[in-house]
Write a protein that binds this ligand. Sequence first.
Ligand SMILES: *[C@@H]1O[C@H](CO)[C@@H](O)[C@H](O)[C@H]1NC(C)=O
Ligand SMILES: *[C@@H]1O[C@H](CO)[C@@H](O)[C@H](O)[C@H]1NC(C)=O
Length: 443
Amino acid sequence: MLPFASCLPGSLLLWTLLLLLLGAASPQDSEEPDSYTECTDGYEWDPDSQHCRDVNECLTIPEACKGEMKCINHYGGYLCLPRSAAVINDLHGEGPPPPVSPAEHATPCLPGYELDEQENCVDVDECTQALHDCRPSQDCHNLPGSYQCTCPDGYRKIGPECVDIDECRYRYCQHRCVNLPGSFRCQCEPGFQLGPNNRSCVDVNECDMGAPCEQRCFNSYGTFLCRCHQGYELHRDGFSCSDIDECSYSSYLCQYRCVNEPGRFSCHCPQGYQLLATRLCQDIDECESGAHQCSEAQTCVNFHGGYRCVDTNRCVEPYVQVSDNRCLCPASNPLCREQPSSIVHRYMSITSERSVPADVFQIQATSVYPGAYNAFQIRAGNSQGDFYIRQINNVSAMLVLARPVTGPREYVLDLEMVTMNSLMSYRASSVLRLTVFVGAYTF
Ligand SMILES: *[C@@H]1O[C@H](CO)[C@@H](O)[C@H](O)[C@H]1NC(C)=O
Ligand SMILES: *[C@@H]1O[C@H](CO)[C@@H](O)[C@H](O)[C@H]1NC(C)=O
């Protein structure tokens, strides 16, 4: 009988049966060395490793197998097999039967192992040697004595194949999910970006990231808003700002002229005026402010939009000056007999286009003799009838503008006051020479 070590695994029973069927030659008797007594048949003591080592009977026993039989060493024994015998190498009990090929070198190793050059059984890497039956969709993993077919990450075994797992079905993503072979990717709606966990979406502050707002940017959840500075309006594109032409909105923004500027407007006044409270124009009193060119011998007269330098001495023969604005015709002078006894110079200014009738100047008699009667009339300067006199009482009258007048224009009106006293048969005339400047504007 063949010497088999009792410690051999039961899987070798197959070999035993084979041998029984085929018949085997008995190894020749050999003397056992003393030092081997502790090893069972087919093993010898190895002093180096201090273990029982399998004896390769095929080498140590001459003609261990006879005739057409080939010798196959085995743990604790050897086999004699026909040279044409197939080596059954079923590594996977459950899998499909592996291709059976004629054994050129039958091996005594455990399934999944093979003899190396030193006659040791070493693991067969089925994966690299294409000895596996993993599907193309599967990964092959070599194991000691075996191998394993697994699905790559993100794939799941359905039937014989590995199929991509649709992770998007599991609602991993806050916004949108894109399934990819073996994985997935989350995407966010515009205005959001993936959070650190690559699944949630966080608001993007577009204002910090170069949002195309021309002037002001406000971030909001998922988007942003452009706004404009005061005086600008948002363009229809939602980004750019264009200047508002405030002047086109209303003609009442400025009393005289509105000038549009980037983001604002300003009011301008004509020469001789100054801006009052941003929109109104106020005449500059050049005489008051000293911004006039009148000489020492002149009197400065201000009017709407300008001023006039008049000679302080305006009296013309036969009149003589008695005060700054008063000329007297001496009664002693015969030339004065038919002339008003005095001429008083006065100046006034009105604006253009006043609504009429408009009271513009009140004449007042300064001294009244008892029983005297004063009559007032416009003696000169009113050829167009733009003015008339309304007598108020014996001592006063009102100069009334009868028609709307437009400047610049100037009237010199001689307003005569005739004083009569019937009892004393007295008649006296005095003239108020009123210069009326009409400004160019309504203000
Ligand atoms: C998110 O994705 C980036 C790029 O793909 C990766 O580097 C990072 O490790 C991921 N973070 C997490 C938490 O998965
Ligand atoms: C005004 O004149 C009349 C005469 O026409 C006279 O009766 C009257 O007293 C005068 N009034 C005054 C205030 O002088």
